[in-house]
Design a protein around this ligand. Structure first.
Ligand code: PRT
Ligand code: MG
Length: 220
């Protein structure tokens, strides 16, 4: 437990999750004056003296919440699927940071044909779990190549036949002459809560959950 008192710690990553969580906090009457893009602080106070924000890597959010170092966190469904959700209560789809997981190939690569022929596909991705499950469902044999970023480069340079990556506007795919050939699943961010915190700090957490839930319903 991060605290025996009533202070709550919320783990966020900077960038889209931070900026898209701000309106949800505002709906709960909470404002954040410090901007993590400018400040180097990793612990940010809020207008609520009993709520602080910690800034961590997007893929580290579940870990902080699992261990109770943070009581709550906001994480993409992609991150939750890849990291697992043991010890996490996942109460709300916040409907922010929306995108989808997709399979993409170099323009001109005949994906349908490769699949029909039963070819073994080389798949580059950061999302190995989702990629493995997707191709297993399709009955396609793959060689997985784990990358940590810039997946878009892999098919261009001959490292892989396909990539599995997140797409929001599609601009990155277009800029790199890639085309989406399959929509794997829709992705948005979830509020996750440490299960022990939920019990021990219920009176503090429940009003926040209610406010977030109401605000999330208003998201497009
Ligand atoms: O960047 P870093 O390595 O620190 O971590 P991260 O990439 O996990 O964090 P961040 O902040 O980039 O993403 C946090 C969460 O936002 C992800 O876990 C997703 O759930 C969600 N999200 C929403 C996205 C996107 N949209 C998105 N477009 N995450 C990543 N992207 C990337 C995508 O990987 C691709 O490289 O943006 C590029 C494509 O964008 P478009 O608009 O050109 O299609
Ligand atoms: Mg990123």
């Amino acid at each position: 437990m991060n605290d025996t008192n009533n202070t709550l710690t919320l783990a966020l990553s900077k960038g889209r999750i931070f900026s898209e969580t701000l309106p949800l906090l505002a709906a709960a009457g909470i404002s954040v004056t410090e901007d993590p893009e400018r400040s180097r602080k990793l612990i940010l106070p809020t207008s609520d003296p009993a709520l602080r924000i910690i800034i961590v890597r997007a893929s580290d959010v579940p870990t902080y919440v699992q261990y109770g170092a943070a009581d709550l966190g906001v994480a993409g469904k992609d991150v939750l699927i890849e990291n697992g959700t043991e010890g996490l209560y996942q109460p709300i789809d916040l409907r922010i940071a929306k995108c989808h997981m997709s399979v993409a190939v170099r323009t001109g690569f005949d994906y349908e044909n490769a699949v029909r022929q039963g070819a073994r596909l080389r798949v580059a991705t950061k999302y190995v779990r989702m990629a493995r499950e997707h191709f297993a469902r399709k009955g396609v044999h793959i060689d997985l190549i784990k990358l940590y970023g810039s997946m878009e480069l892999a098919p261009l340079i001959g490292l892989s036949d396909v990539i599995v990556d997140l797409v929001s506007t599609g601009a990155t795919l277009r800029a790199n002459n890639l085309v989406e050939v399959e929509h794997v699943m829709d992705i948005s961010s979830r509020l996750v809560v440490n299960q022990a915190s939920l019990k021990l700090k219920h009176a503090r957490i429940q009003p926040l959950l209610d406010a977030f839930e109401r605000a999330a319903l208003l998201m497009p």
